[in-house]
Ligand binder design. Structure first.
Ligand SMILES: NC(=O)c1ccc[n+]([C@@H]2O[C@H](COP(=O)([O-])OP(=O)(O)OC[C@H]3O[C@@H](n4cnc5c(N)ncnc54)[C@H](OP(=O)(O)O)[C@@H]3O)[C@@H](O)[C@H]2O)c1
Length: 391
């Protein structure tokens, strides 16, 4: 039985992961759970999955949870960042799923790697912020990074029988990431500034947390996946392309040097890539509806409209410069997306503000962890200031 720790268990990915565990109760033990404030949900998860350790980031919420779970003698409840770290590094855990999203997951991810845990990896922002440090740590501590993001999982699966998967990438010509185009694929550019957060949160194919859903609407999410793929598969940026595929059935493709292209297909349900990461290298049956291509009928592909979705190019530019610039992009994006959700800025302000923050940043090349953390703080404060000034 695999012992799991799930950081962000109350979120979209966390809940889907627990649904996978529910389907295969003989395969997994849930040893640890962590969340920020959602104690109704985590209380229910504790009662159902009986973890030994739970961390709630917010101290007040953690105290309330302790009160509610006084009858459950087998669980220890911690708070603060120490609590999250404790769950990320639990001795009995084999595999950590860090699904907190964004910069909050950076240190717990590193701590999990440093304590020798394999990672079911979904927090692309962490690879965007410090891909080089994460990949070095993965090598140094000899742990496995198993992709959960559907596109990265697709490429991982396409490469699984290729000898290049063991290190040499010589047979890969390019990686082709697919993206649905989000809710505004067909919206004229001129109407984008008046779209509301409610409209932007209506993703046509995937049901996800708010931040990643807005990133999908701006296509920053695809930009982050470009950077995630670069680190994950150790390829050049110029080998990674994006194509719009509105049906989200082909999750991504690999083109090899001989021109042959492998694709991975499936229904748009995150339980599939989550389960594969949790059961890797085995495949288990699922309760997820199966793909019926005769019902899907037609699969469309189209190029990205980069005038309408400038965030994708911002991500390529940040990755090309490297150093602390991708950190700045990711951290500033957390702030501007929240400002859009709070209706402080418009949808088309998102790329403009991000570009402005990137332009103002003095890049540190080959950053150490302290440089990354400093760039993260700098970017958040620069984005906040910009929003205040412009308003
Ligand atoms: N959702 C998807 O289908 C999907 C697909 C591909 C990739 N991803 C990636 O997966 C990650 C998670 O996305 P999501 O959609 O699942 O996000 P989400 O629904 O917003 O969930 C975030 C989770 O993290 C917890 N959390 C947030 N900040 C925390 C902190 N400081 N300390 C402890 N816990 C914290 C939240 O707890 P509370 O509930 O208490 O706030 C919640 O459990 C992101 O990196 C995203 O890009 C998601």
């Amino acid at each position: 039985m695999k012992h799991l720790a799930i950081l962000g268990s109350t979120g979209s990915i966390g809940q889907n992961a627990l649904s996978v565990v529910e389907t295969h109760p003989d395969e997994f033990v849930v040893a640890g759970l962590a969340a920020k404030t959602s104690i109704d949900r985590i209380e229910q998860q504790v009662r159902q999955f009986c973890p030994r350790l739970v961390a709630v980031r917010d101290e007040g919420a953690a105290n309330q949870l302790k009160e509610r779970l006084r009858d459950v003698k087998t669980v220890e409840i911690l708070s603060g960042s120490e609590g999250t770290s404790a769950v990320a590094t639990m001795a009995e855990v084999d595999l950590v799923l860090e699904a907190m999203g964004g910069g909050a997951g950076l240190l717990p991810t590193l701590e999990a790697i440093q304590s020798g845990k394999d990672l079911a990896f979904v927090n692309k922002e962490v690879l965007v912020m410090c891909g080089s440090l994460i990949m070095e740590a993965v090598k140094e501590y000899g742990v496995r990074l198993l992709p959960v993001d559907s596109e990265i999982s697709a490429i991982f699966q396409c490469l699984s029988d290729v000898k290049g998967n063991d290190g040499s990438r010589a047979e890969i010509h390019r990686l082709i990431l697919t993206g649905s185009g989000g809710p505004f694929r067909e919206t004229p550019l001129g109407q984008l500034n008046s779209v509301t957060p409610q409209q932007a949160l209506q993703h046509p194919n995937w049901k996800m947390g708010e931040k990643v859903t807005i990133d999908s609407a701006t296509m920053m999410n695809k930009g982050f996946e470009v950077i995630e793929s670069k680190w994950f598969f150790d390829v050049e940026l110029s080998q990674i392309e994006v194509v719009i595929h509105p049906e989200s059935i082909i999750h991504s493709m690999v083109e090899f040097v001989d021109g042959s292209v492998l694709a991975q297909l499936g229904v748009a349900d995150m339980r599939l890539p989550i389960q594969y990461a949790l059961t890797y290298p085995d495949r288990f049956p699922t309760s997820v509806p199966r793909l019926d291509l005769s019902q899907v009928g037609v699969l469309h592909m189209e190029p990205v409209d980069s005038e309408k979705f400038p965030c994708l190019q911002l991500a390529y530019s940040a990755a090309k410069v490297g150093g602390t610039l991708p950190t700045v992009l990711s951290s500033a994006d957390e702030v501007v997306v929240q400002a859009f959700l709070n209706r402080q800025i418009g949808f088309t302000d998102i790329p403009n503000y991000l570009e402005e923050v990137m332009t103002r940043h003095d890049v540190t090349s080959q950053p150490m962890l302290d440089d990354i953390l400093a760039a993260d703080q700098w970017a958040r404060s620069a984005a906040h200031q910009l929003i205040q000034t412009r308003r």
